[in-house]
Design a protein around this ligand. Structure first.
Ligand code: NSP
Length: 230
């Protein structure tokens, strides 16, 4: 006991990404969400970019369903797909309605540079390997948002207009989506060689870095340098 091989795969992953995820908690955008001081224009940029990010993210679950190795796994991917489209994206539609942004406007948003790069990377990984690549590509997204949601809720600051955001990401529904992703990752990692696990670990690390870049993109309201190029 006590050897690294005795850990379930996601425990080993968490040890690797925990410092990266803790850096999100120090990020000005995330801090602003937690204490309600975040500039609304920054939040609107996140909202629009995240909506189209989530459309591609939902597509990943469809790829996962097509690569599933048994019916139980296919069912879980179906639930994750539905949970993203119906539960998580309902948060975005609710905020958009408060800000006078229609659903059509949300769907017509053009991906900013980081959104495009991040979703392209995830989809490339999902298509490159077996179902375990797809799960590795989505894991940090769901799990790290839950990590942030839990920390913000526990910090007892007043998120003000962002209360709904904090409530969503540590809600029982979102916790279930996160737990499903963790379970799928461990199932898919079973019997894999160390070399294969290392590849999956690097996907989780890289998507964790992309998550940081996404917070930065929202904080800086950044987009492509020339509007004409999008
Ligand atoms: C960029 C990003 N990463 C993760 C999540 C949580 N599904 C999200 N909504 N947006």
């Amino acid at each position: 006991m006590g050897r690294s091989e005795d850990k379930v795969f996601t425990e080993r992953l968490f040890e690797r990404v925990e410092p990266i995820w803790n850096s999100y908690l120090e990020h000005p955008f995330v801090k602003g969400l937690g204490d309600g001081t975040l500039d609304l224009e920054k939040f609107k940029h996140w909202l629009k970019q995240d909506y189209i990010y989530l459309i591609e993210y939902a597509r990943l679950f469809a790829v996962g369903a097509s690569k599933a190795t048994d019916l139980a796994m296919m069912t879980t991917f179906g639930e994750l797909l539905h949970g993203t489209l119906a539960t998580e994206m309902a948060l975005h539609r609710s905020y958009a309605a408060q800000f006078g942004i229609t659903q059509e406007e949300l769907e017509a948003v053009q991906a900013a540079e980081v959104t495009e790069s991040y979703t392209s990377y995830m989809l490339k990984m999902a298509h490159q390997g077996g179902v375990e690549y797809t799960i590795a590509a989505v894991l940090a997204c769901t799990w790290s948002y839950h990590y942030i949601g839990e920390h913000l809720a526990a910090s007892n600051n007043n998120p003000g207009v962002y209360q709904e955001w904090v409530d969503m990401y540590h809600s029982p529904e979102f916790t279930e989506l996160k737990d499903d992703c963790i379970r799928l990752m461990n199932e898919a990692a079973e019997g894999k060689s160390e070399a294969e696990l290392k590849v999956l670990e690097e996907i989780v690390v890289k998507t964790s870095y992309y998550e940081y870049l996404f917070w930065d993109m929202a904080e800086n309201i950044s987009n492509w340098p020339c509007k004409e190029t999008v």
